[in-house]
Design a protein around this ligand. Structure first.
Ligand SMILES: NC(=O)c1ccc[n+]([C@@H]2O[C@H](COP(=O)([O-])OP(=O)(O)OC[C@H]3O[C@@H](n4cnc5c(N)ncnc54)[C@H](OP(=O)(O)O)[C@@H]3O)[C@@H](O)[C@H]2O)c1
Length: 276
């Protein structure tokens, strides 16, 4: 997806994957900086760790408490920070700035995949890991009316609930199943990655027909057990490929300052993930 996007923009850049042990994340970020990398994407378990390893934080990364994108920036003589590729040589001062593109990507994917807008809606959120936390806070920032938080480790859901109450007091937050119909069930657990995984919710407590739409952040397999069951129950459904696409497209825009070629990136992503 990124290499196809960079090629379409005429950038002589390459996107490469590296396995980095969490204990060496600091060294890896410094290494990328001194080798002139334009930026980095980070995934689990690095998203939270990186918060303490960058020199500056974009408001989004600060608000959602996680970093999935780093941009290396150089300082102009005027004091202004600019993406590193703006400089002919290595500028005397370089910093790593952390961003989070997951929250906005989710909102965009919900809009495109399900026609869902958060304001005024009732949402059940399954999962309180890194992705669940960003989703909950971003939905709250989008003025969702009510959030029902469910998680295997209940304390993590309660922690997110407290955070939302403190920062978005107009949003009603409950820990547990909803008593009535909801507009969206959002799966942010890793249940569904394997074909024989159980559903991430108890259907006796929340029959799927009580949800207008179901979004699963998982994109491989394309049809998770939850999405299959939700479709049979008549819900609108979408998987996480749209979120993956948009978090990557926004990262490319942050690095390059150019509009991401979404169609090219989507085609490359779908080809790569699903082979067609
Ligand atoms: N589409 C995208 O772009 C995108 C982006 C980010 C994440 N994701 C997907 O979202 C999911 C969560 O990612 P994450 O980064 O939040 O991971 P994470 O921080 O490791 O959180 C995992 C979540 O899944 C729950 N979980 C794991 N195993 C479980 C089990 N056996 N039974 C019940 N709950 C279980 C965890 O519950 P506990 O808290 O109790 O451990 C936690 O809520 C993953 O499937 C990931 O692939 C997709």
């Amino acid at each position: 997806m990124q290499n196809a996007g960079m090629a379409a923009l005429g950038l002589n850049w390459r996107y490469l994957a590296f396995d980095v042990d969490p204990s060496q994340l600091r060294d890896a970020i410094i290494g990328a900086r001194v080798m002139g990398f334009v930026g980095l994407n980070l995934t689990v378990p690095h998203k939270l760790l990186a918060l303490n390893l960058v020199d500056a934080l974009d408001p989004g990364a600060k608000a959602w408490g996680a970093i999935n994108t780093i941009r290396f920036e150089g300082r102009e003589p005027t004091g202004e920070w600019k993406p590193i590729w703006n400089f002919a040589g290595s500028p005397p001062e370089v910093r790593a700035c952390g961003f989070n593109t997951d929250g906005e990507a989710l909102i965009q994917a919900l809009r495109e995949g399900l026609g869902f807008e958060a304001a005024g809606k009732r949402v059940v959120l399954l999962g309180a890991g890194g992705a669940g936390r960003v989703a909950a806070l971003r939905l709250a920032a989008g003025n969702v009316a009510q959030l029902f938080l469910l998680n295997r480790t209940i304390q993590k859901a309660e922690e997110i609930g407290r955070d939302i109450l403190a920062r978005f007091p107009k949003v009603k937050v409950e820990i547990g199943y909803p008593p009535a119909e909801v507009d969206l069930i959002l799966n942010a657990t890793s249940l569904g990655l394997k074909p024989d995984d159980e559903l991430p919710l108890d259907r006796a407590k929340l029959p799927l027909r009580k949800a207008a739409a179901v979004y699963d952040m998982i994109y491989r397999p394309a049809k998770t057990p939850l999405l299959k069951a939700a479709k049979s129950a008549g819900c609108r459904v979408a998987n996480g490929i749209g979120m993956l696409l948009h978090q990557g497209a926004t990262a490319l825009e942050l690095w390059s300052g150019l509009k991401a070629p979404i169609t090219v990136m989507r085609d490359a992503l779908v080809r790569n993930v699903y082979g067609s």
